[in-house]
Design a protein around this ligand. Structure first.
Ligand code: PBG
Length: 331
């Protein structure tokens, strides 16, 4: 009698055969690297909460971008990190003329032109004395009075030459407010990468240490999403698209692979970004430093899983090392 046993191991029997069977691939043009920019010159200081990630002055950031470009990584997501004394309750340093990030964008674009693709984070939390992403009114984060400030911040970055502005405050209507201000200022070509489905997550801990943006009171649960929900994420993505977003995002990534898949299958014509966030990065880094997992293999596996779920682009602090390993594999 013929056996009906399936010989599926045939598809795994050698490296060549496994390579031929692979369906999901990483590529450097999928990577977006976050950079933390500080005032000053010649500064490259490792962030205490994030191994191998640095606070960089603009000149050092340019060196880093140069290195990344040589590896084929073009896309950089910029965050400003300022001293506490410069923070106020309205986050003014975020949107004043010639602010830290505007100057950084300007300098980077003057040197690298379109080789460097710059996305700028648009949110007040790194600039407010209270650490919230919007204005406080009657003890609450107020949606509508925050919108003009977010729009002003996006406008400053766009004027400086950002390719994308990336609103991450989770205020309703933030994409529409930005799209309007860009259109009214002849900056229609600037795109919007919206942090659409952004969850109130424990995994932002190391990042908040890096930008000193932990909320001084309460938490972000009145604006970032509850991780027990499903449909809200899809609604958020749909709202951002209808308000004029060009790229959508799910954040965090590793713990939200299902949301990546759901949003990608619902809005399949739109590029979807996933943010492998600081806490997710440090989980792997820490396990690797304890000898529990192999670092490169673990990051490759997780990053590929994010792709497999449906992300077109991945924001990852590990982009440089992944690019190195892809290059090696291609040799
Ligand atoms: C700002 C912002 C945060 C992150 C990106 N933009 C933190 C937060 O919402 O508190 C987190 C990124 C990371 O953890 O790597 N709104």
């Amino acid at each position: 009698m013929d056996s009906c046993m399936k010989r599926l191991r045939l598809l795994r029997s050698s490296q060549d055969i496994r390579d031929q069977s692979a369906e999901v691939f990483l590529n450097v043009d999928q990577f977006i690297v976050p950079l933390f920019i500080v005032e000053g010159k010649g500064l490259r200081n490792e962030i205490s909460s994030m191994k191998d990630v640095y606070h960089l002055s603009v000149d050092e950031a340019m060196d880093q971008i140069d290195t990344n470009l040589k590896k084929g990584i073009q896309k950089h997501l910029l965050f400003g990190v300022i001293d506490s004394e410069l923070k106020d309750d309205k986050g003014s340093a975020a949107y004043i003329r010639n602010n830290l990030i505007s100057r950084a964008i300007n300098e980077i674009k003057s040197r690298f032109g379109n080789d460097a693709i710059l996305l700028s984070d648009v949110c007040l939390c790194g600039y407010t004395s209270h650490g919230h992403c919007g204005l406080i009114r009657n003890g609450m984060v107020d949606n509508d009075t925050t919108l003009p400030l977010i729009a002003a911040m996006a406008l400053e970055h766009a004027r400086a030459g950002a390719d994308f502005v990336a609103p991450s405050a989770m205020m309703d209507g933030q994409v529409e407010a930005i799209r309007n201000v860009l259109n009214n200022n002849d900056l229609q070509n600037v795109r919007i990468m919206s942090y659409s489905a952004k969850y109130a997550s424990a995994f932002y801990g190391p990042f908040r240490e890096a930008v000193k943006s932990a909320p001084a009171f309460g938490d972000r649960k009145t604006y970032q999403m509850d991780y027990r929900t499903i449909t809200q994420g899809i609604e958020e993505a749909g709202a951002d698209l209808s308000e004029g977003a060009d790229w959508l995002m799910v954040k965090p990534a590793h713990a939200y692979l299902d949301m990546i898949q759901r949003i990608k299958s619902r809005f399949s014509d739109t590029k979807l970004v996933a943010y492998h966030v600081s806490g997710e990065y440090m989980l792997l880094k820490t396990a690797a430093s304890m000898g529990l997992v192999d670092e490169l293999t673990a990051f490759s596996e997780v990053t590929t899983a994010i792709r497999r779920a449906g992300a077109d682009y991945i924001i990852t602090y590990y982009a440089g090392q992944l690019a190195d390993s892809l290059k090696k594999a291609a040799l």
